[in-house]
Design a protein around this ligand. Sequence first.
Ligand SMILES: Cc1cc2nc3c(=O)[nH]c(=O)nc-3n(C[C@H](O)[C@H](O)[C@H](O)COP(=O)(O)OP(=O)(O)OC[C@H]3O[C@@H](n4cnc5c(N)ncnc54)[C@H](O)[C@@H]3O)c2cc1C
Length: 248
Amino acid sequence: MQVSVFVLVLFCLCLSVYGKNKHEGSIKHDDPMLNTETPNYKEYCVIGAGPGGLQIAYYLESSERDYIVFEKGHGAGTFYNKFPIHRKLISLNKVYTGKTNKEFNMRHDWNSLLSNDESLLMTKYSEEFFPPADVLVQYLNDYATKLNLKVQYNSTMHDILKRKDGLFQMWDQHNNAYTCKYVIVATGIAKPNHIDFPGSDLTVPYEDLTLDLKPYEGKNVWILGRGNSAYEVAQHIMGVTNFIAMMA
Ligand SMILES: Cc1cc2nc3c(=O)[nH]c(=O)nc-3n(C[C@H](O)[C@H](O)[C@H](O)COP(=O)(O)OP(=O)(O)OC[C@H]3O[C@@H](n4cnc5c(N)ncnc54)[C@H](O)[C@@H]3O)c2cc1C
């Protein structure tokens, strides 16, 4: 009997605000502590145009702040271009609630961001209870465009440090420098959690799994983890597998 083993990876996501952190990495640029120039200055620099970064941008835009969002992808919501890999969201999109109370309805809409534009609700984009991930990507990009959020795409920021004068300085992949009074890091920090054990080299991490059902046919599959991505995979393959074991 052939046994296929798949390792699912756990991700942790976080959104943190850098206010007083001192840079501890190695900087390849000229010593910015001595720098008195303020290239490309913005009061607020947000890094990442996922749901977190866009929501912050909406409030910065509404209150007419001097801000910019840097996004490494060519559009908003880059994370959702790949994840969840089976392309169906696990967040509810309950279109019909039987109520007109907006607050109540928003509690049953786990995908929409807050804004004063009634057309920018995921319930207007899909009727599906678990919508396709691509619809969320479209929604997030419409959100950024329609609300005139200042997002600079294709900009991967690195080496954020605090200068002697209290400003933050960072660089994009082309080594263009930017200075900001406040930096809000909304990069998501989704990292695979690979576990080392004898035979772990034979496992396949979640992000590399094939969506093709053929390799799973008649197999016994062992899934490490019992979080969202584990159940997502189990649901996808259960129709063709012989047996699925989940371990956590
Ligand atoms: C496998 C998986 C499936 C999930 N499925 C769902 C789901 O169906 N529904 C749901 O509601 N939540 C889901 N989540 C949780 C969801 O990912 C997060 O809640 C949400 O994406 C967090 O938003 P964010 O804006 O903080 O980060 P992200 O969405 O990760 O956005 C971060 C952004 O920062 C950008 N970025 C990163 N580094 C840099 C840099 N150096 N410079 C510039 N830009 C940068 C990235 O390109 C990205 O666009 C899932 C999570 C995982 C791990």
